[in-house]
Design a protein around this ligand. Structure first.
Ligand code: GCW
Length: 646
């Protein structure tokens, strides 16, 4: 390594940068100087250096470190890596580069400032007023947070996209934002509404095979690239949950995606076409994405990437991986993860998500993916994420998008040391906090939906339990009973060949593992099997008892987290300490609410008593059924509101 570096440095003495890249390098230099002292990190960017485009090589020398990259953004990432490593000691030589080329945040931000499933205030993007210095500073802060973990793209608006995002006025604003993000290595993308030609310019159709529609998109692409030369491309939610799409005109997803891809291709743009679809007619929603997309393999243009949610249903606290991954070898794929906690207690609950994503990557090799998108948890509150510790999820998303093999405890520890505690914090406190982070997702699964249960949330806003939920006229597959299928005989969704046969969409060995009740992991058992209440589990408990113990375990864990947090108090910033302490109290009460409500409801069906050690529910089932939170789909309920109802 050392020799290689010297060889490269001696070969190429000087290098000239394009004007647009100078500022990235300036940022890299100023970050390095600020953190390590003037000129301690010697940065060289050599276009021909044998370093991957966003990668870097670092080598310790007499005066500090020598950092080599082939692009300015590689240098910037190298500086941030040096900074990140410093609390644990920086090795003499190291190099790194991202595993996935696209590492993108998906904002579900609306033009009116609301954020769908956003629990951290309003959108940070301003659309209707001139940008102030404060806005620009915020965007720079946002860009820097992303760059520090290698996130290199941002889709600014909601996949439920307003056509107006493509109006000239809004595009000019997009260009202003793109100018601020660019020096930090972040490309800007937009979600587009498939019917935009009809909505914006009164075309009579958005049929992707009509020449005038194709021309409309070509003109639009030319306009966008005139304003934003490095625009990343489009994200599209089509023919899903009421959004328009090519199927409205009798065309396929491939027809629609390819038309947009052709418009973007001359400029190097990509189309990220979402596979989040589920027709109301199918007998199992979990099969739908595969059924619609697998047969289209090979029909998409090279610059189309099918964006698939990690699980086959919808960002549930735990899902098996979506069988669509790997099922379209001739089509590019990317994964969509959800950083915002739509189904994980919004910004009231601590749920560190790296373990969930790590579990996903255990099933889906990153080598088969073009990228990974994360639905952002960012809003305009002071700490940007609502729950102060939810910043660790934004961080973890970036770190895992860069390297999906990083372990959750390593990521948690990095974040804790860099952003949470004082440098004097004893190792045992750091270690307890790390455990708290890494165990928190499983705790949430335990007190909400253990053993493969899913989608038993309150209707609409998805906060709190409602396994009994019934909304007259609602689609069956929007109601919890569709998913838990509990009655006096048992509980769970039979997805074996005797049921919906969703298992057959999985390749071996997963197909057999999931289908075979003896082999199916406990955490997915009720996802794939319908079982009698007295079914004997691997632990020796019957299913009912096992369910009760999981709910209780989740509640107990939150109690442990409260203790860990209190012990860490002397090493934490007091306001942050108090904020999280309050949220943990809410989380504990919510966990008890989930346990009591779900066990009351399922217990009534099972006709079985609570096992020893499980406390009697605080209220009657009818009380739990009467709870309705008056909140929208972009709001986190306050502690006071929750205390007044549960
Ligand atoms: O998770 C569901 C959400 C919707 C969301 C949709 C999607 C943006 O409840 O709010 O819409 O998925 O991913 O398109």
């Amino acid at each position: 390594m050392k020799h290689l570096l010297h060889f490269i440095f001696s070969l190429i003495a000087a290098h000239v940068f394009a004007a647009s890249s100078v500022s990235t390098l300036e940022i890299a230099r100023s970050e390095a100087n600020r953190f390590f002292g003037a000129d301690r990190v010697q940065i060289e960017v050599i276009a021909k250096a044998p370093v991957p485009p966003e990668g870097f090589i670092v080598h310790r020398n007499r005066d500090g470190w020598q950092l080599l990259a082939s692009t300015p953004v590689g240098a910037l990432y190298g500086v941030y890596d040096l900074i990140r490593r410093s609390p644990r000691g920086i090795p003499d030589h190291f190099s790194d580069s991202p595993a996935l080329p696209l590492r993108i945040l998906n904002h579900w931000d609306n033009l009116d400032g609301t954020v769908e499933r956003g629990y951290a205030g309003h959108s940070i993007w301003k659309w209707d007023v001139p940008l102030s210095e404060t806005d620009r500073d915020l965007y720079t802060r946002y860009a820097r947070i992303n760059a520090r973990v290698g996130i290199n793209g941002a889709v600014l608006n909601n996949v439920n996209a307003s056509p107006r995002i493509l109006s000239e006025e809004k595009l000019k604003r997009v260009a202003e934002i793109a100018d601020i993000l660019r020096p930090y290595g972040i490309k800007t993308y937009l979600s587009v509404n498939f019917a935009s030609p009809m909505a914006l310019d009164s075309l009579s159709s958005a049929d992707p095979l009509l020449p005038e529609v194709q021309q409309w998109w070509k003109n639009k692409a030319a306009q966008i690239y005139g304003l934003i030369p490095d625009f990343g491309g489009f994200l599209v939610k089509a023919n899903s949950e009421g959004q328009p799409g090519p199927m409205d005109f009798g065309r396929s997803h491939a027809d629609g995606a390819n038309m947009l891809a052709d418009a973007l291709a001359p400029y190097g743009g990509v189309v990220m076409w979402r596979a989040f679809v589920y027709s109301p007619s199918d007998n199992d929603r979990a099969k739908q994405a595969y059924l619609e997309f697998q047969p289209l393999d090979g029909q998409f243009r090279d610059n189309v990437i099918v964006q698939i949610k990690n699980g086959p249903v919808d960002f549930q606290p735990r899902e098996p991986y979506s069988p669509l991954f790997g099922a379209t070898p001739s089509t590019s794929q990317m994964a969509e993860l959800q950083i915002t906690q739509e189904y994980l207690g919004h910004s009231n609950h601590l749920a560190f998500l790296a373990p969930m994503w790590s579990e996903f990557f255990d099933f889906v090799p990153p080598s088969g993916l073009k990228g990974v998108a994360g639905v952002a948890n960012v809003g305009d509150t002071d700490n940007l994420t609502g729950h102060p510790l939810a910043m660790a999820n934004w961080y973890a998303f970036g770190r895992m998008a860069w390297n999906p093999e990083l372990t959750p405890d390593r990521i948690a520890e990095e974040w804790i040391r860099s952003y949470l505690v004082e440098t004097s914090t004893p190792e045992n406190v750091i270690s307890d906090l790390t455990d708290m982070f890494t165990e928190s997702h499983e705790a949430v699964v335990d007190y909400m939906m253990p053993l493969g249960l899913h989608h038993i949330f309150a209707f609409g806003h998805h906060y709190g339990p409602e396994p009994w939920c019934d909304v007259p006229g609602a689609r069956e597959d929007w109601l919890p009973r569709y998913y838990h299928r509990a009655d006096h005989n048992g509980i769970g969704f039979d997805r074996t060949s005797k049921g919906s046969d969703a298992v057959s969409q999985y390749p071996e060995p997963f197909r057999s593992t999931f289908a075979n009740i003896e082999q199916c992991p406990d955490e997915f058992i009720l996802w794939f099997h319908h079982l009698p209440w007295n079914y004997k589990m691997k632990s020796g408990n019957n299913l009912w008892e096992e369910l009760c113990f999981h709910y209780q375990r989740g509640v107990d864990k939150v109690g442990d987290f409260q203790n860990i947090w209190n012990t860490a108090a002397p090493y934490l910033e007091p306001t942050l300490y108090a904020d999280v302490k309050g949220r943990l109290q809410t989380q504990k009460k919510d966990a008890e609410w989930w346990r009591d409500a779900c066990l009351s409801y399922f217990g009534e069906l099972a006709c079985l008593p609570l096992p020893t050690g499980i406390p009697a529910p605080k209220h009657t089932l009818s009380h739990y059924k009467s709870i309705h939170l008056p909140i929208t789909n972009y709001e986190c309920p306050s502690a006071a509101l929750l205390d007044s109802v549960r």
